[in-house]
Design a protein around this ligand. Structure first.
Ligand code: NAP
Length: 534
């Protein structure tokens, strides 16, 4: 596809955010060009095809709400949709709204620079250049794979695969010895499925995680019909919650955990455990803000791990102790702990016996060499800032975004950054994004951006730029909000702690989506307060 010389808006990325942005922008009468590194739409759901990949937000919530016909005609088959089903859904959306014609696939954006004289961005891809009045970066929060710098990785004779870059044609693991490095959400989903397929599985764990059963199951036609009958109300309620989806609440949910007698507390945890999914952090009001309250939930999960894993030594290795429950994104699983009861699955603790190097035959720790045919890196992502900073983005006067964010991301509302006019980030650092149902956040961000561009057009403005003082105040607010929670206590990707040398800054906004939306609406209502329009 040849690039147009100039468009109103370039949208980078054709995942959930990029597709919705393209739809809304074209609907608003703007000319657009989308660029997507993958050969198809889907973003996260295009790249993460590892065995067992599935969403941790329920299907009926992890779907667009903007079109009533779309949500009525699509039938989700499971409580939590699998990667292939979500990808099919996004492909359907692209076709239904005729979005593919705006997208150059297999085209990676390398650089973008703003010209203060023409008020235009020049976007450079591996196939050419296009200028645009506005740049919308919909590149995802978890799209830059993090590959640890293991000495000798390139000498490995077998296959090395990252969960976030899984081959589209799949990988036949039958009869092979597979190693998985990591025990985050991706690994916790992949491990039980890989164990079923492989001859032998070795799991290299550095930090144990708290995993809760997903309780995945088929969605019955009656259930689906009931959701569809009340979809508008369901969406409205979801938008009024803290995270963007309706957790089952009880009369205990608003109470501090330690005010509730221990037996009642455990009954509440057990109810949520049996129901499955992400509700454990909402059992009591202070699980994510009070260390002792958190410990009650953590202890409950630890007891469940000890119950499920028959070998006491393995069970103790799987019990998390170094961070509060919920301060890393809580994984939800299907048969994760039970998988360690299999004779063909081995857990290696690389905290006490670190990986020294990868050798041609496998992985060598201080104490042993593990021979492998396939090495799966479930080692996560350079989250939130990685996908942006891997591009060479330059604002006014050639200033590099990499320089501006050298000590961590600095944004106004997560949507914009001073010195980089006419550039918007969807689900960026400083927005609720990964701390919310991404669907709800993405629709809100994109709607806000499109309304902003319509306002500029109506008022005859060609430039919008975040003001330094508004940005500074927002960053302070984001940090102060995070400091009221336990989140900063974990070495998580939220903090950049998983990438050596990355500044330790808590990136998402944890004030909740209702608070955030009100702030965004207030800014727009006051003529885009905190932005300079020209
Ligand atoms: P992750 O949570 O960052 O986990 C990476 C794992 O790799 C951790 O266990 C980490 O150990 C380990 N690791 C990294 N470098 C290592 C090294 N040098 N040596 C040994 N171990 C190393 O990544 P992820 O599992 O891909 O998940 C990232 C996020 O994607 C999730 O938190 C979630 O938001 C999203 N996700 C969602 C779903 C879903 O919807 N169900 C599924 C997958 C992912 P340490 O903990 O010690 O650093």
């Amino acid at each position: 596809m040849t690039h147009p010389a100039h468009v109103d808006v370039v949208v980078v990325g054709a995942g959930i955010a990029g597709l919705y942005a393209l739809h809304r922008l074209t609907e608003a009468g703007l000319t657009v060009q989308g660029f997507e590194a993958g050969d198809g739409v889907g973003g996260t759901w295009y790249w993460n095809r590892y065995p067992g990949a599935r969403c941790d937000v329920e299907s009926v919530d992890y779907s667009y709400s903007f079109d009533e016909d779309l949500q009525q005609e699509w039938d989700w088959t499971e409580r939590y949709a699998s990667q292939p089903e979500i990808l099919r859904y996004l492909e359907h959306v692209a076709d239904r709204f005729d979005l593919r014609r705006h997208i150059a696939f297999g085209t990676r954006v390398d650089a973008a620079s703003f010209d203060a004289a023409t008020h235009r961005w020049t976007v450079t891809t591996d196939a050419g250049t296009t200028t645009a009045s506005f740049l919308v970066l919909a590149v995802g929060c978890l799209s830059a794979a993090q590959v640890p710098d293991f000495p000798g990785l390139d000498t490995f004779r077998g296959e090395v695969l990252h969960t976030g870059q899984w081959p589209a044609d799949g990988v036949d693991l039958a009869g092979r010895r597979v190693g998985v490095i990591g025990t985050g959400s991706s690994a916790i989903q992949a491990i039980p499925v890989i164990a079923e397929q492989a001859a032998e599985l070795i799991v290299f764990q550095r930090t144990p995680n708290y995993s809760v059963p997903a309780g995945n199951r088929p969605l019955s036609p009656d259930e689906l019909a009931a959701v569809k009958a009340g979809y508008a109300e369901h969406r409205r309620r979801a938008r009024e919650t803290f995270f963007g989806f309706v957790f089952p609440l009880s009369e205990l949910s608003s109470r501090p955990a330690l005010e509730v007698p221990a037996a009642d507390r455990d009954r509440e945890f057990q109810t949520r455990w049996d129901r499955g999914g992400a509700g454990m952090t909402r059992a009591f009001a202070d699980i994510l803000t009070d260390r002792q309250a958190n410990e009650t939930a953590a202890e409950f999960i630890r007891s469940k791990i000890r119950e499920q894993v028959t070998d006491p030594r393995t069970a103790e290795l799987l019990v998390p102790v170094d961070h509060p429950f919920g301060t890393k994104r809580p994984p939800i699983d299907t048969d994760y702990y039970d998988t360690f009861n299999r004779d063909d699955v081995t857990l290696v603790d690389v905290r006490s016996d670190p990986i020294v190097e990868v050798v041609p035959s496998g992985v060598r720790t201080g104490a042993a060499t593990y021979d492998l045919d396939v090495l799966v890196l479930a080692t996560g992502f350079d989250a939130m800032t990685g996908p942006l900073l891997r591009m060479d983005i330059r604002g006014v006067g050639g200033r590099e975004l990499r320089d501006k964010w050298a000590a961590g991301p600095v944004t106004y509302l997560g949507l914009a950054t001073e010195g980089f006019p006419n550039m918007f980030v969807v689900a960026g650092a400083g927005s609720p994004s990964v701390m919310s149902n991404m669907m709800v956040s993405i629709e809100q961000h994109v709607d806000w951006i499109v309304a902003c561009l319509q306002h500029l057009r109506a008022e005859g403005h060609t430039v919008i730029e975040a003001c330094a003082d508004a940005e500074q105040a927002w960053v302070e607010h984001v940090n102060a909000t995070a400091a009221t929670t336990l989140y900063p206590e974990a070495n998580s990707w939220y903090l950049g702690a998983n990438v050596p040398g990355k500044p330790r800054v808590f990136m998402p906004y944890v004030g909740g989506i209702v608070d955030y939306r009100k702030r965004c609406e207030d800014v727009a209502g006051r003529g885009y307060a905190g932005f300079q329009l020209a």
